[in-house]
Design a protein around this ligand. Structure first.
Ligand code: SAM
Length: 312
């Protein structure tokens, strides 16, 4: 079974969201900035995975590690070796450079420092030398920054990606709906990750522009339709709702609550992005809060969102 070592990076403002996503992707609670496990998550599937190593070998003794590389004829044409520095790394720059040189010498094949086809990473974590094939995040979601139609209360693309992960938990079979999809940012990101996802919006303009956005990136525009959430007859595994709030269109608290209840009729699990605290009301409705995450935009807390994982 393959093993992977992941390195994470996250701002303190998004720590709770990162931890929620981590639990969804890796089925455990986060305990640090790296994780060794046998679960494969493509490095680009999370905005918080900085680097990932597909492990070739790990051992507490460097000589044993180097012997393994030589004896197993680990071979790459066109490779370079880099040292991955973790917070607790005991090695200074010179020592880490020496390690990359030793690993590079043990590998068979031609090194290419400028434009390598493969990058091999070496690191030292929890008393072990770990060597593996390195993947570095490419931030593929950034292409959606250029979608033709946006609106200023649209969700940040990084957040869209995390919402998809909270919904699917690295399981591509999960079906998802965004019933208040606005310009379709969450749907686009879901499609980018190969998720079975559709979107709806009550607004003719928004649903039309969301369709154009999908088509702009080569997706089927018919995955978006104009419909009010209360009229939806579909059933999906998870709904993601970025709750409309009183920014451009007036909406009452009762209408927001109706949207949440409708969301839980079309899916037993709801990922909700809200601006207000609904804890007491959820309790009164028998809605389970599986997780609640606060996401701040600024340190002074001026723009704070709550992300709930809800179940009924
Ligand atoms: C906050 S925006 C969603 C923005 C979206 N996440 C994005 O990033 O583009 C909320 C959307 O909900 C839609 N909406 C409001 N009430 C609705 C309802 N009853 N049924 C479906 N959509 C509704 C609005 O038209 C608006 O586009």
């Amino acid at each position: 079974m393959s093993e992977y070592l992941y390195f994470f990076n996250c701002s303190h403002l998004e720590r709770e969201l990162f931890e929620g996503e981590f639990a969804a992707l890796f089925n455990r609670e986060n305990e640090g900035n790296n994780l060794l496990c046998d679960i494969y998550v493509p490095v680009d599937n999370s905005v918080y995975i900085k680097d990932a190593l597909k492990i070739i070998y790990r051992h507490p003794n460097l000589e044993c590690l180097l012997s393994y590389i030589k004896e197993e004829n680990v071979t790459y044409d066109d490779y370079k070796v880099v040292y991955l520095k973790d917070k607790g790394s005991p090695f200074d720059y010179q020592r880490s450079l020496e390690l990359t040189r030793q690993v590079g010498m043990a590998i068979r094949g031609c090194a290419n420092m400028n434009n390598p086809e493969s990058t091999i990473g070496i690191t030292f974590i929890n008393g072990e030398y770990i060597v593996g094939e390195l993947s570095h995040g490419q931030e593929s979601w950034k292409k959606f920054l250029n979608k033709p139609h946006t609106f200023c209360n649209g969700l940040d693309l990084r957040m869209c990606k995390t919402l998809i992960n909270l919904a699917t938990g690295n399981n591509p079979g999960v079906t998802v709906v965004d019933p208040c999809c606005g310009m379709g940012a969450v749907v686009l990101e879901g499609l980018n990750q190969g998720v079975d996802i559709v979107g709806f919006d009550i607004s003719r303009t928004n649903s039309y522009k969301a369709r154009l956005n999908l088509e702009h990136f080569g997706y089927d525009g018919q995955l978006i339709a104009r419909q009010a959430i209360s009229d939806l007859k579909i059933r999906k595994d998870v709904a993601i709702i970025d709750l409309p709030y009183n920014l451009y269109t007036p909406i009452t608290r009762e209408e927001q609550e109706e949207i949440i209840l409708s969301g839980l009729k079309i899916a037993p699990k709801l990922i909700l992005v809200a601006h207000d605290d609904y804890d007491e009301w959820f309790k009164s409705q028998g809605i389970e809060i599986r997780r609640k995450m606060t996401v701040k935009k600024f340190d002074n807390g001026t723009f704070t969102r709550l992300v709930y994982i809800l179940e009924r």
